[in-house]
Design a protein around this ligand. Structure first.
Ligand code: TRP
Length: 335
């Protein structure tokens, strides 16, 4: 059995990219392993307005519960409520160089997108260290994340090895990333990545009308002008989404063959995709509405999750303090 730690920044409602990239894996894994799922509000604060972060914590919690993360099987918690995570970040910062952080390809791309240029806040550059601390604090051995998080996992293991070597005892443990086979879901516009800030996302909580409109504006093959023309399936967003969501793979393969040959209209393929998405998102939307009608209940779930998660992180921090030799008084242990 693995211990799993994973999470999302509360910067907006979760979307289909999150679902294909990691949420689906987490739902499968929660029955098999000991899973902690974190709303990474501290990480969101490294580049997002505090009021926006605060407002989105509940939204992400609702998304988690709506897709089927079960608080009896997964511990759902909020990063900022575990001060141990911040303390471990401070310790781990000593085991990584600025140059190493600047080499991280995901962070580089994010710095470019946000237009920071040379004025990168230290907290932003260092968020992968905070993420390493999240993982290490739970002694997680498996981290289900999207493919763009792979460099973070490599960095985490480097830091863990350096820390253990410095203190001379194997205090923290290394982890493995679990990346979905599916690959990254493109945006509605065919862009490499779905992102709310990129304006090409479909939220898990989307209404039937929003789903319909999203499928309508989806890119197909720009050269497929007449129904009788042969069309391209590769890079065709509608087919990529069918691959990700349609449970009937044989039928999708048949449609692909027909599309390649010519004689299959975009409208027919799109209608199939719309039906598939409407069917899969309807129960998610209904469960979300049910939980949303009971915010106090959701709050209790999170509070209980924070308490359970804190016990685990506090034990690691006791071990870390011991390894560093910074326990001076009998009563100084956290937690
Ligand atoms: N970086 C993740 C995201 O952007 C969130 C996150 C924070 C995370 N800490 C983590 C994911 C630890 C996995 C493990 O969504």
């Amino acid at each position: 059995m693995h211990t799993i730690l994973t999470g999302d920044r509360p910067t907006g409602p979760l979307h289909l990219g999150h679902y294909v990239g990691s949420l689906r894996n987490r739902i499968r894994l929660q029955a098999l392993h000991r899973q902690f799922v974190m709303i990474a509000d501290l990480q969101a604060l490294t580049d997002t307005d505090p009021a926006k972060v605060r407002g989105n914590v509940l939204q992400v919690a609702l998304d988690y519960l709506a897709v089927g993360l079960d608080p009896a099987q997964s511990t759902l918690f909020i990063q900022s409520q575990l001060p141990e995570l911040s303390e471990l970040t401070v310790h781990l910062l000593n085991f990584v160089t600025v140059a190493r952080l600047e080499r991280n390809p995901t962070v580089r791309e994010e710095i470019r997108q946000r237009g920071f240029e040379r004025a990168v806040p230290v907290g932003f550059l260092a968020y992968p260290v905070s993420q390493a601390a999240d993982i290490a604090a739970f002694r997680a051995t498996l981290v289900p994340v999207g493919v763009d998080q792979q460099p973070m996992i490599e960095l985490t293991n480097e830091i863990v090895r350096r820390f253990n070597a410095a203190v001379g005892t194997p205090t923290l443990v290394e982890c493995a990333a679990l990346i979905p086979e599916q690959g990254r879901l493109p945006g509605l516009d065919g862009g490499a990545k779905m992102g709310k800030s990129l304006g090409n996302a479909l939220a898990l909580s989307a209404s039937p009308d929003e789903i319909r409109a999203a499928v309508k504006r989806m890119y197909t093959d720009r050269n497929h002008l007449r129904v009788s023309d042969p069309g391209r399936v590769e890079g065709n967003v509608v087919f990529t989404y069918l691959d990700a969501f349609d449970p009937d793979h044989a039928e999708v393969d048949r449609l692909k063959a027909q599309y390649r040959e010519g004689g299959l209209a975009d409208t027919v393929v799109k209608q199939r995709l719309e039906n598939v998405l409407q069917a899969q998102l309807a129960p998610i939307r209904e469960r979300r509405a049910m939980f949303a009608s009971d915010p106090a209940g959701v709050c209790r779930i999170l509070q209980d999750g924070c308490a359970r998660a804190r016990v685990v992180a506090a034990q690691t921090l006791r071990d870390v303090r011991h390894a560093l030799g910074i326990e001076y008084f009998a009563s100084s242990a956290p937690g």
